[in-house]
Design a protein around this ligand. Structure first.
Ligand code: ADP
Ligand code: MG
Length: 609
């Protein structure tokens, strides 16, 4: 094997990072000189200029928090605006933003580092671990990121890799990597797999379908700010209360010692029922002691774990609309899934026995190593497919959203529909391309517009085909065609079809749920008004033509029904969609004989001709 062939897989975690490689067809995690495979994602900058990464840096954090950076992944690719106001960070040192909102960490002694620089130190360290273990130079890497990382966060991660001296071959999603690790042993079976990843900083849930040699991501959901760090913080505050230590509540920067202790207690409580907490000479030189039980911990962290439930439900529901019954395996990864409560709740919620076959700490790096192995030809080809985060469609009559490619469709994707002109003698129409989950066009995002000219004619005579095609890179091409002339028009929309900011997607989806009832009512109302506007003039004309052929009471019941429709239409503020729909149906019903008479008339006229 030649030197440049080696590609390593790296899990660059918020809390811990690991490096793996495929050897003799199997992915393995590489250990450092102390035999440790898990490297805390902590960087210490000493006065002397020496930079340390890992366990030693984590120890230094308690002594010199202002010279130490942890959880830098929470900052990478973020700007001053995108950063949450408080409660998160845990990077110890103050963060400053320049005029462009770009962040940098201010360390003691006037040292300034940006998040990508800090990450590159971790990657440089892992590069060294790999080179020592493999006794060869390592220059190429596959790096994982949370599924919900946006483009900027991915790009900054890539930059960190390059600064560390790597050629970054791929940036892949963490849950996908976990599934890759799992799939290696289970390649023969066609199964649907959900990966539940609760780490220190992020939560991700992905649903993937596995077929021999092929993985397909069919749904993803997650929260970039949910994990073990939040649990540590809650527990630390609980300990303050329990030990009656007065003063400010804990935040990520103000008490590394207490947070470290909370983490120790939490981790021990995954194995034991109770834990002795000792804080010698803590506040104002006093010492504190108490016992925490697993039950107490469960009480404190229940609400945090509960937050993952809705995200799971949503992704299960969206995975081909089949729900949890279609999930064959629920794979747990991430250090926080060691918490017994997580396992219990998942089983209780979904009636699925969590699959613990994957090493919670190592699965993602092993998967990254598998991907690296595929790239350098050490493993046979496995294809990964991406999904659309939001639905794509166009605006149709009455300002409604008409979905052409639904949310969570696998890309590449292609779909189309045929539309007709709404108005007689129209020469063209404007097709507005929309993205989002709301029923009304105006509540979705406008991606672009395209004007389609066609042969003027009667209402409904023109036929315009609209086709959406998303390619492998997430670029959306909208093609329109006048079917009479065969004339095509093409609009290309870059980036936005697949690459959307995670927070924007979360917002759009949650709004679509919040407004579901109102939206649905508005859609039914709009459709019903269009129907009424069609019915009323038609009924009027028909009554003029053949009204005298009908019995008087029949004519009256038709006019009454028409009047009810008219009144509801006039009362448009109330938008009583259900009643309007009913009134339309009644008018339809009342005009049965009228319609039949019209047909008869037309028939006898045609005989006379
Ligand atoms: P990340 O992906 O964010 O780097 P990891 O998957 O490495 O995170 O998980 C780290 C988290 O797992 C930390 O919050 C850590 O405290 C937690 N953790 C590790 N072991 C245990 C345990 N035995 N019980 C509970 N939590 C644990
Ligand atoms: Mg992780």
């Amino acid at each position: 094997m030649s030197q440049e062939e080696v590609i390593v897989g790296i899990d660059l975690g918020t809390t811990n990072s690991l490096v793996g490689v495929v050897e003799s067809g199997f992915p393995i995690i590489l250990a450092d000189e102390n035999g440790k495979r898990l490297c805390p994602s902590v960087v210490h900058y000493a006065e002397s200029g020496k930079i340390t990464v890992g366990e030693e840096a984590r120890r230094q954090q308690i002594l010199q928090p202002d010279r130490t950076v942890s959880s830098v992944k929470r900052l990478i690719g973020q700007t001053a605006d995108s950063l949450p106001k408080s409660g998160h960070g845990d990077h110890s040192s103050p963060v400053e933003a320049d005029d462009h909102g770009r962040l940098s960490l201010q360390l003691a002694g006037g040292l300034t580092q940006n998040p990508a620089e800090v990450s590159s130190q971790i990657l440089k360290h892992l590069k060294k671990v790999a080179e020592d273990a493999l006794e060869t130079e390592v220059n190429r890497a596959v790096i994982t990121v949370p599924a919900y990382f946006n483009n900027r966060q991915r790009e900054e991660t890539r930059k960190a890799g390059e600064m560390a001296g790597f050629t970054v071959e791929r940036i892949i999603n963490e849950p996908t990597a976990a599934a890759l690790a799992y799939g290696l042993e289970n390649l023969d079976e066609a199964e649907t797999v959900a990966v539940y990843d609760l780490g220190g900083g992020t939560f991700d849930l992905s649903v993937l379908k596995m077929q021999e040699g092929l993985f397909e991501v069919i749904a993803t959901a997650g929260d970039t700010r949910l994990g073990g760090d939040d649990i540590d913080l809650e527990l630390a505050n609980f300990l303050l209360l329990k030990m009656e230590i007065s003063g400010d509540s804990v935040n990520r920067a103000n008490s590394p010692a207490l947070l470290a202790l909370a983490r120790e207690a939490k981790e021990a409580l995954s194995r034991e029922e109770s834990f002795e907490v000792r804080l010698p000479f803590f506040a104002e030189g006093k010492s504190y002691e108490t016992t925490v039980t697993r039950e107490e911990l469960d009480g404190v962290i229940g609400p945090i774990i509960e937050k993952t439930r809705n995200l799971c439900v949503r992704a299960f529901a969206e995975a081909e609309n089949k729900g949890v019954s279609e999930i064959d395996h629920l794979i747990l990864v991430g250090g926080s899934t060691r918490i017994p409560l997580v396992r219990e709740l998942l089983e209780k919620w979904f009636g699925l026995e969590p699959n613990l076959s994957q090493h919670p700490d190592e699965a993602i790096a092993l998967g990254a190593a598998v991907q690296a192995g595929i790239l350098c030809g050490r493993i046979r080809q496995v294809v990964l497919l991406d999904v659309t985060p939001l639905s794509l469609g166009i605006e149709t009559f009455g300002g409604l959203m008409n979905i052409i490619i639904p949310r969570n469709s696998t890309i590449p994707a292609k779909a189309g529909e045929l539309f007709t002109n709404a108005v007689a003698n129209q020469k063209s129409t404007v097709i507005r391309v929309l993205q989002g989950e709301r029923e009304m066009a105006r509540d979705n995002w406008n991606l672009g517009e395209i004007e389609v000219p066609f042969q003027p004619g009667q209402k409904g005579s023109a036929r315009v085909g609209v086709q959406f095609a998303i390619d492998q890179n997430g670029i959306l091409e909208v093609l329109t065609r006048d079917t009479a002339t065969g004339e095509d028009h093409i609009l290309e929309i870059r980036d936005s079809a697949v690459d959307v900011e995670d927070t924007e997607v979360e917002k759009m989806v949650s709004e679509s749920i919040d407004y579901a009832f109102d939206d649905m009512n508005e859609r039914i109302w709009t459709e019903a008004t269009m129907k009424s506007r069609e019915l009323l003039p038609a009924v009027e004309t028909a009554l003029e033509q053949v009204g005298e052929l009908l019995a008087a009471e029949e004519t009256k019941s038709i006019s009454d029904a028409a009047e009810r429709v008219r009144q509801l239409l006039e009362n448009s503020e109330e938008k009583d969609a259900v009643r309007l729909k009913k009134a339309n149906a009644e008018l339809d019903e009342a005009t049965q004989t009228l319609a039949a008479t019209l047909v008869d008339l037309a028939f006898s006229q045609s005989l006379e001709e």
